[in-house]
Design a protein around this ligand. Structure first.
Ligand SMILES: Nc1ncnc2c1ncn2[C@@H]1O[C@H](COP(=O)(O)OP(=O)(O)OP(=O)(O)O)[C@@H](O)[C@H]1O
Length: 235
């Protein structure tokens, strides 16, 4: 479980998160909505200690993130909004294998994970491609594969569909759905709520640094309509 307990955070003097509490259970598939600048990225970056609350606490599986960053980072897989932020190797295969290699896994398990992760993002057979020669959408898919290959207990994704074509988006969503069904908590920040009714267990929307909506998709979408939270791709 990922828990936010009365978390507040400000950039300099500008408050972005204010006394925010929420929890994401194991196996829950949660869509995180909110207008541009509402604090979604800021919230997500607290899940593995990239940001530390000014007050309050974030806990992963009961352990405060600030007290055990290594534990938090091994449990929480993170896909960043800008994929270039997370590459560590020159080629697709080496980058996706990097995390599992650091876990000390056997070579055949690493190979199995890399193949499954690349399959999930429609990049099978692209192991030897140079990352800097890929398109933006392909780079986004490599970043997602890197997180999937870590087999984390929780997966946090920040706008992962930017630049993805429809087959890749569908493939990633399907993989996220099956991971969640197998017990992985998935927290997905996105403006694209097309599939929210079919996939999400919950929708959380932030506004003015607080949770403005939190509930099952049908109810949450109705509540979002009544708020000043833009939902561009609602259907
Ligand atoms: N490094 C930073 N320094 C100062 N202010 C920042 C920084 N990062 C974000 N902010 C501000 O914090 C607020 C929340 O930004 P954040 O990126 O969390 O929003 P978001 O909901 O993810 O937005 P988007 O939907 O556009 O990605 C914004 O007003 C932003 O300008």
């Amino acid at each position: 479980m990922i828990e936010f307990r009365s978390v507040s955070y400000a950039f300099d003097d500008v408050s972005v998160i204010e006394d925010l509490s929420l929890s994401i259970d194991d196996g829950e598939f949660v869509f995180l909505a909110g207008a541009n600048g509402s604090g979604k990225t800021t919230l997500l970056r607290h899940c593995n200690g990239l940001l530390t609350p000014d007050s309050g606490r974030v806990l992963v599986d009961g352990t405060p993130v600030a007290e055990d960053l290594i534990a938090a980072r091994s449990r929480v897989g993170m896909v960043f909004q800008h994929p270039r932020d997370q590459f560590v190797a020159a080629t697709v295969g080496a980058d996706v294998a990097f995390g599992p290699e650091n876990l000390g896994l056997a070579r055949d398990e690493i190979d199995r994970r890399v193949a499954a992760a690349l399959d999930a993002v429609n990049l099978t057979g692209r192991e030897d491609d140079r990352i800097d020669a890929l398109s933006g959408g392909e780079q986004a898919r490599v970043a997602i594969a890197g997180a999937l290959a870590m087999d984390p207990s929780h997966l946090v994704l920040d706008e992962p569909f930017t630049g993805l074509d429809e087959p890749a988006r569908r493939s990633v969503l399907s993989r996220l759905e099956s991971l969640s069904a197998d017990g992985t908590g998935v927290l997905l920040a996105t403006h694209d709520l097309r599939d929210v009714r079919a996939l999400a267990d919950r929708v959380i929307a932030v506004r003015d640094g607080r949770v403005a909506v939190d509930g099952p998709p049908a109810r949450a979408l109705d509540e979002l309509e009544g708020l000043d939270v833009r939902v561009p791709n609602r259907c």
